[in-house]
Design a protein around this ligand. Structure first.
Ligand SMILES: Cc1cc2nc3c(=O)[nH]c(=O)nc-3n(C[C@H](O)[C@H](O)[C@H](O)COP(=O)(O)OP(=O)(O)OC[C@H]3O[C@@H](n4cnc5c(N)ncnc54)[C@H](O)[C@@H]3O)c2cc1C
Length: 317
């Protein structure tokens, strides 16, 4: 395992924000990680798990501890399962380690003749983070395909949860509420058989379409979650409570603090202009519009992005 000292986090996040991390571990083997993980927690060393850094806003002061960049990415197929139970048609299972880029994973499933995951095409990030945050788009969520998840608990024990135990919700899971747990690998159940070539084409078309729609510039994706009037899952279209819509109606588009700017194209994207924004500027802008939206509509916006302090704590708005 390679360990880098004083590694700039700005190099590892989509936002391009973040100072030097004291220690940056490139974790390329899932098996040997358990001991290091448990020892880090027991010694109370600040820690941060890093996927692709597409949903993370790090501190300009960097990180006073260990950053674990998960790079293990093996895939194991269990093809014959559908006809096991007396010929009854079920799913095919594939287990994938957390460091696998989700887009590359979708394309591998396409090549095996499955198109279940196509709708998740174009969302940046790794499998582990997709599971932790139940990433989703186009009416599909990661949870829809999950059979089970293996994770390390705070003592370094490898445990398995089935889908129900993962307590998935809109951009939520049990792993999000337990920052001392690390998702190691996940088993997906796939059903939709398709021609490899056409499903790969579908995936790549969606990828291109999605990236055409994202506002240009550096960001961490949607800054705020869509609020639910019931405090539960994401709102339906009929309820109309979309963070982007509320922010746009409040007049957020184009507002700028320092080098942080609310995108002109999508009010729920806060951009890092010219790669020069500070974490504090992005936070100030987000706090400003959270307050205005509350005053105007009585709705409390909560960040979807993990805003991290220099010891791995969550900064709230
Ligand atoms: C342009 C753009 C568009 C986006 N569009 C969408 C969208 O349509 N839908 C959507 O859902 N999201 C979207 N996102 C957000 C992002 O793609 C997802 O949240 C994705 O799952 C993050 O993956 P990552 O590997 O980059 O995670 P990171 O940003 O590296 O990490 C995110 C959080 O997960 C934690 N984490 C990472 N791996 C693990 C693990 N194995 N175990 C436990 N914790 C872990 C990290 O510590 C951090 O708190 C978008 C982001 C961008 C930049």
């Amino acid at each position: 395992m390679e360990i880098l000292k004083n590694e700039p986090l700005s190099r590892h996040t989509f936002y391009g924000v973040g100072g030097l991390a004291d220690e940056f571990y490139k974790v390329d083997d899932a098996e040997s990680f358990a001991e290091l993980w448990a020892e880090t927690i027991q010694a109370k060393i600040p820690r941060l798990i890093l996927g692709k850094g597409s949903n993370l806003l790090c501190s300009d002061a960097g990180f006073r501890g260990r950053v674990f960049s998960l790079e293990f990415d093996k895939i194991t197929w269990d093809i014959p399962s559908p006809f096991r139970k007396g010929g009854k048609k079920g799913g095919f299972f594939v287990t994938v380690e957390s460091g696998k880029n989700f887009q590359a994973f979708i394309e591998e499933t396409n090549k095996q003749g499955f198109e279940d995951l196509c709708n998740l095409s174009g969302i940046p990030g790794n499998v582990g983070a997709f599971v932790r945050g139940n990433a989703g788009a186009f009416g599909s969520e990661t949870k829809d395909f999950i059979k089970s998840v293996e994770f390390l608990d705070e003592s370094g024990n490898l445990k398995t949860f089935n889908r129900e135990e993962c307590q998935f919700g809109y951009r939520e899971s049990v792993f999000k509420s337990h920052p001392d747990w690390c998702v190691i690998k996940s088993t997906f159940e796939l059903h939709q058989k398709a021609d490899p070539e056409s499903s790969l084409k579908k995936t790549r078309n969606l990828l291109a379409e999605r990236w055409r729609k994202y506002p240009p510039g550096r960001s961490g994706g949607s800054f705020f979650k869509n609020p639910s009037p019931l405090g539960g899952d994401a709102p339906s279209k009929a309820e109309g409570l979309f963070a982007g819509k509320l922010l746009e109606e409040a007049g957020a588009k184009g507002d700028t603090i320092g080098h942080a700017q609310v995108s002109e194209k999508h009010a729920n994207f806060i951009l890092n202009l010219e790669g020069k924004a500070k974490q504090s500027e992005i936070i100030e802008l987000a706090r400003k519009w959270k307050k205005i939206v509350f005053e105007k509509f009585g709705v409390t916006l909560e960040p979807e992005i993990f805003i991290c302090d220099e010891r791995g704590g969550k900064i709230t708005l």
